[in-house]
Ligand binder design. Structure first.
Ligand code: HAM
Length: 440
């Protein structure tokens, strides 16, 4: 075949597509308990929204963004012209910046109003090197809460995230909840300088990327996958020892709420997360990548507080926090634990015709069944009765209605229960009601 799905993307066959629907149904149920409402935002936005919102040296900003130009804009570029900022677009690498933009644009957190609590789901795009559990187009379920300042909101966010994983059936003991505080404007700059100074001392031991990060974003080096950088950063100053008093108190309060709720966690001073917008509490849920079917990827979800993002993108000074989960990674984990999210296909009623003379009648019965809300399928290929019944079996039909000329002349059809193989003659008046009784 000349065409294949692009590298780093996946087709969802019905089993996965149904699992996604089930995933969303459960999300509605759980997030609804906490007062969340759904929102949908565009899959592409002005690129600056992500680059400004995410910081200049996050991986997402520097190399992972798919940039999109209209044909007209591309022509302008080719001719050496300049584009307006609104003409450089990007496929969204995540949902947070878009949702925050939408909340500001539609004034969903009016002065003194209740927090905006929203969740969203859909494809995200990152131009990463694809591998198991790491795609270029993947799907996230995300939650954002704008305008809730109390530490109990941080704890509630984490608890809701864990509650959702529980709802999916992932064993609690297979997940590790990592938490950390990334400080705020009062303590982060001084801490960053300390880390920078430490990295300068160890410059020769660091990879090229981390050497660059000394200038641009030292804290990101805590996340570097290079084993030698990992070693070096083990000795770096810890954020937990450098938080200002309000941040330290806040973090203690969050931990207190988690303890009271019986949520176990590990404080990981190296947890810095991939986006620059975080302030204060950050968290990540990891599974043991290898045994949980994820290969090198272990994070199935993560998030945190981002109290400056709304103001950074030009909105009001409103605090925020949230998290996102990766559907494809969760599917790999569920598979590794033998958990089926797909509720299974509906079992239709199959309407078979014995010969061409009854096809129109069979066609009519099919419509009648569907009008009554019963899934029904029939032959559209002119097959023999035998092969129609084979197809009925393959499509896991609950029953078959067999329409034959002799029975029809007597105002009847045959109804076959596909599970018990029992057959009965049913009048045309009763057939839909009988089929319905088998279906429900
Ligand atoms: P993130 O940690 O970049 O956070 O992504 C959240 C989840 O999306 C990850 O834990 C992972 O399960 C999944 N994921 C990320 N990249 C990929 C990929 N290339 N392939 C497959 N799955 C992937 C965020 O996106 C933040 N917006 C979360 C947040 C919301 N923070 C505050 N509010």
């Amino acid at each position: 075949m000349a065409f294949q799905s692009p590298r780093g993307t996946e087709d969802w066959l019905p089993t996965t597509a149904r699992a996604w629907e089930e995933f969303l149904t459960r999300a509605w149920r759980i997030f609804g308990l906490y007062g969340y409402e759904p929102i949908e935002v565009p899959t592409f936005e002005q690129k600056d929204l992500f680059v400004r919102g995410l910081g200049e040296d996050t991986d997402a900003a520097s190399k992972e963004i798919f940039t999109v130009y209209s044909v007209g804009a591309l022509d302008t570029l080719k001719k050496g012209g300049h584009l307006k900022a609104s003409q450089t677009l990007a496929l969204r690498p995540e949902g947070t910046a878009s949702v925050v933009r939408a909340i500001a644009q539609h004034n969903l957190v009016p002065q003194g109003g209740a927090p905006a609590k929203l969740f969203y789901a859909g494809p995200m795009f990152r131009a990463e090197r694809p591998q198991k559990g790491r795609l270029r187009e993947f799907h996230q379920l995300g939650v954002e809460c704008l305008g809730a300042t109390d530490p109990s909101a941080d704890a509630e966010m984490i608890i809701m995230c864990m509650r959702f994983f529980e709802e999916l059936g992932i064993p609690r003991e297979e997940m590790t909840l990592l938490i950390n505080s990334m400080g705020d404007d009062a303590c982060r700059p001084a801490y960053t300088e300390k880390v920078r100074a430490y990295m300068v001392e160890h410059k020769d031991e660091l990879c090229e990327d981390c050497q660059r990060r000394i200038e641009t974003n030292p804290l990101r080096s805590f996340d570097c996958k290079n084993p030698q950088c990992y070693e070096v950063m083990e000795g770096a100053p810890r954020f937990s020892d450098n938080l200002c008093e309000p941040c330290a108190e806040r973090f203690e309060a969050v931990k207190g709420y988690l303890d009271a709720a019986g949520i176990s966690y590990v404080v990981d001073p190296r947890l810095v997360r991939g986006f620059d917008y975080y302030t204060g509490t950050v968290f990540e849920v990891q599974v043991n990548g290898e045994s949980a079917g994820l290969g090198a990827q272990s994070a199935i979800g993560g998030g945190g507080r981002y109290d400056k993002l709304m103001a950074e993108i030009g909105g009001p000074d409103v605090t925020g926090l949230g998290f996102a989960l990766g559907f494809e990674r969760i599917m790999l984990v569920l598979e590794a634990f033998g958990i089926q999210l797909d509720p299974g296909a509906v079992r239709p009623i199959y309407v078979a015709c014995v010969d061409e003379s009854v096809r129109a009648k069979a066609f009519g019965i099919l419509q009648q069944l569907r009008d009554t809300g019963i899934p029904a399928v029939g032959d559209t290929q002119g097959r023999s009765l035998k092969s129609q019944l084979k197809v009925a079996g393959k499509s896991n039909a609950r029953a078959a209605i067999i329409v034959g000329p002799d029975e029809l002349a007597a105002g009847k059809v045959t109804l076959r229960d596909m599970d018990t193989h029992e057959q009965e003659d049913v009048t045309l008046e009763d057939v839909v009601a009988r089929a319905a009784s088998l279906y429900y």
